[in-house]
Design a protein around this ligand. Sequence first.
Ligand code: NAD
Length: 434
Amino acid sequence: MKICCIGCGYVGLVAGICLADMGNDVICIDVDVAKIQNLQHGIIPIYEPGLKDMLNRNAREKRIVFSTNLKEGIQKSKVIFIAVGTPPDAHNCADTSAIFSVAKDIGRYINGYKVIVNKSTAPIGTLEKIGKIIQSTQSKPVKYDLVSNPEFMREGEAIKDFTNPDRIVIGVQNDKAKNIMTSIYSGISRTDKPIMFTDIRSAELIKYASNAMLATRISFMNEMAQLCEKVGGDIKEIAKGIGLDSRIGHRFLQAGVGYGGSCFPKDVKALVQIMKANDVDAKILTAVDEVNEQQKRSLIHKIKKLVPVLKGKCIAIWGLAFKPKTDDMREAPSISIIRQLQKEGAKITAFDPEAQETAKKILKDVTYCNDPYSTIAGCDALVIVTEWNEFRDLDLKKVKRLLRLPNIIDGRNMYNPQEMEKLGFNYLCVGRKC
Ligand code: NAD
């Protein structure tokens, strides 16, 4: 199958490379000239485990090429995946301008039957709008089919998620497009990992509803953690106890510093706006968002419990990315936490195994260090914001020696509170007796 992937970000790049690995001929397009030039030389713009090797293998086998030539990409392909960004606009709605700009170009250059697949997360009705734009920009009528195929991959696990997904959701209008999509995913779908065919609007809404449900679980557990801190109880035990109920399950029950990243915050907010625009009172999701903001602020209160006056104090931060195994800093809780600490006069040192280069563009006046130990030397407190595995098995006695004061505020519950107490730390974590 000849496939064009438009947008070489986390989603488009992973999709393009994985589709090439499945034997398709893929042309990946982006407007970012520098990104395309790097990709042509095998340099990938993101940190994603295993992606570079997979790219090199498929580039060698000539199954994947990178270009800024959208016309060529569209005209040479039978299936066009749209995977451009949909960041929040000033009103917290999804900004679909990049999708619609691509739709205009598809209309302009379409030269024969194509299946146009939207992978970007976009409001219900976006695919219909794409169709209208294509129709209005075509010079002569050419047939095409529209498909909604939302993406559920997680950064850090993206290859595994793309090639071994829980499900593939495809919104289609007819059997022709359904058969083409089935053949693209034939290497992946099995009876236990089904393709779920549905109507287009349901597919668009499934994506938002999935992310909103996961965010709801996180905010619910963060609220339970706040209660544990008042009445006693250990949020890790609560998570285990409720997760053993097969109706609930164990995943997405970790309390912490709140969710971040390029999807949950913006998609929850966008779904609230979609609901408002349709006169549906988004009571639950408004609260989910509020609890998340509150949770980020609660870490500052904990830091101040141990370091009441922040002015002139040195605070070390372990972990900057919004979660481990990615360099993505979009909406990372570390951003608001560090900015607040700086506002109150603290000096910040920080370490992240992968996100440091991205962080440097966002967070100024931070001393970035090369390893966890040098980050904490002489500091008044250590704050753990992202639970990288690198922080699990460190020499805690050395950590205590290096810190000026033995204060640890662990936003991710990485350590055992009793052991930390025995080691002589002032240790505060989330929803546990510390
Ligand atoms: P991203 O910002 O990393 O990448 C988007 C890419 O599109 C950029 O490289 C940009 O240069 C390119 N682009 C923008 N306008 C273009 C145009 N007119 N023509 C060609 N290229 C253009 O975004 P992402 O994280 O890959 O997300 C893409 C979509 O997928 C979003 O809607 C997002 O919500 C959704 N999504 C993201 C994830 C994730 O984990 N990142 C997971 C599931 C779904």
